[in-house]
Design a protein around this ligand. Structure first.
Ligand code: NI
Ligand code: MN
Length: 223
């Protein structure tokens, strides 16, 4: 089994098993590096790590246009429902949801979470199993020791790790995160999008983990 991973820029991905397409944090309209427009994105499911605009930005529009099921924190799902999008599967850190493509688990993330000034619940990492592949999207987070435990429990094939510094880990701590999780492959995210975020991620060189930096619009097959 295999999946196609498309990088949407910043922290956004579209992951497809040929039948289902899962968008994670698809921030496109106000994203200076994105090459895709929100209404050109086709997905059957949409997972959000937290409520910040650079993650949740266009998600209500996308979910509505695609009639996609939304997987996110309870408070984010409440927000979607208040906007008229009822197809939501709420969760919280520690929990796991069976899905038509596999499953989604929510982990903790050390960050904050709000949208338009409103509290959006706990920020999360998303672990998704799709096409027989397990992906761990860390969301926005600082380093924490349980990354090692989460790596041992879920054994992700691919980890998407924020390394842009200031709001998340920088490249040095991101390297430690990758070594603790120990996936086959690490994709650096959340860097260089704006001048506030580091663009030099040369220190992101984890031991024993293949680093795959992706360009927006680029796709990758993982089997
Ligand atoms: Ni954030
Ligand atoms: Mn962010």
């Amino acid at each position: 089994m295999s999946v196609t991973i498309e990088f949407l820029g910043h922290s956004g991905f579209l992951i497809s098993d040929g039948q289902h397409a899962l968008a994670i944090d698809p921030f496109l309209e106000n994203n200076p590096v994105a090459v895709k427009k929100p209404l050109n994105l086709r997905c059957t499911a949409l997972a959000l790590t937290h409520g910040h605009d650079d993650h949740m930005g266009d998600s209500v529009m996308i979910a509505e246009a695609c009639n996609a099921t939304v997987y996110a924190a309870y408070e984010i799902c409440e927000y979607f429902q208040s906007q008229g999008h009822e197809k939501c599967e709420p969760g919280n850190p520690g929990g796991k949801i069976e899905t038509p493509f596999g499953w989604i688990a929510f982990t903790q993330a050390f960050h904050s979470s709000s949208f338009e000034g409103k509290y959006m619940g706990m920020p999360c990492g998303i672990i998704a199993n799709i096409g027989g592949i397990t992906l761990y999207h860390l969301g926005d987070t600082g380093l924490f020791g349980d990354l090692k435990l989460l790596g041992e429990i879920y054994k992700p094939d691919v980890a998407m790790i924020p390394v842009g510094d200031r709001f998340t880990m920088g490249p040095e701590l991101g390297k430690l995160a990758a070594e603790m999780i120990n996936p086959r492959m690490a994709i650096p995210i959340h860097y260089g999008t704006w001048p506030l975020l580091t663009s030099d991620i040369s220190a992101f060189r984890p031991e024993g983990v293949e680093v795959r930096a992706m360009q927006p619009g680029e796709t990758l097959e993982v089997g």
